[in-house]
Design a protein around this ligand. Sequence first.
Ligand SMILES: C[S@@+](CC[C@H](N)C(=O)[O-])C[C@H]1O[C@@H](n2cnc3c(N)ncnc32)[C@H](O)[C@@H]1O
Length: 246
Amino acid sequence: MWPILTSALSLKRMYETATGKMQEYYDGEINHIAKKIDKNDYVLSLGCGYGREMRMLYEMGFQNVYGIDNNYIMLFYGHYEYLKDLPIKEYLFYGDICNMPFVPNRWDWVICIQNGLFVIGGNKLDVIRNAILMARKGVIFTTFDDTILEERKRHIEENNEYGQLVDILPDGTTMLDFRPPVEVYTEERFKRLFEHVCKRDEIKGVGLTIEHSNGAIYFILGEENGATSNNNRTTEQHEATRKEHD
Ligand SMILES: C[S@@+](CC[C@H](N)C(=O)[O-])C[C@H]1O[C@@H](n2cnc3c(N)ncnc32)[C@H](O)[C@@H]1O
């Protein structure tokens, strides 16, 4: 039915064939994030693919879930098939997250899951900076930890039916064949990047919390004493900004 949509179908197949630890990891990631956000929050997913996390969050009651991706195939499949029965199919946007037109505080949460920060080929410092500036409550980057590296690699090898998704080695040198080399990142590496961005761009008052669960690592950026509002504007002021830019 969808003969050319290999990248989207391959990615979808990864999620559908997951069992055991891998399934816990994939589902756990969204459940973990869902506990941090409020039902009315505006959420932007960077590198949203065909909208998997958007659908999962929507079905959990989060209706303001948006996504941006630079792969037309993913977005096409998301809009015309995967999300076609939901209003959020209109919330899929094309764009390069390294070079985003962004509006300060436009979103409550900006998320970038599934090792997204290191899947992209561009300047990671700019992605972190823009995400912080765009988010009113917080930013969540996720990657996977050592406990599932081997299983993840095996799962991907076994399900690489379309030959498009060749992913992740523990030393970080493998390729997705439609994108630049993919790396994984450690806690130390992320901390260094985050500190560098704060210093370079003079970002103050934003703290980093790191959490682990079901094979995933969560890098949560928010107000230094917990991931809440990173500025003093009121909800009404934020709503006005959103309307202005919609
Ligand atoms: C591992 S997939 C994750 C997709 C989705 N978040 C999920 O969990 O199912 C990473 C996504 O990042 C997108 N991507 C890579 N580089 C990007 C960039 N520079 N700008 C926007 N999206 C990008 C890819 O097209 C791909 O859909």
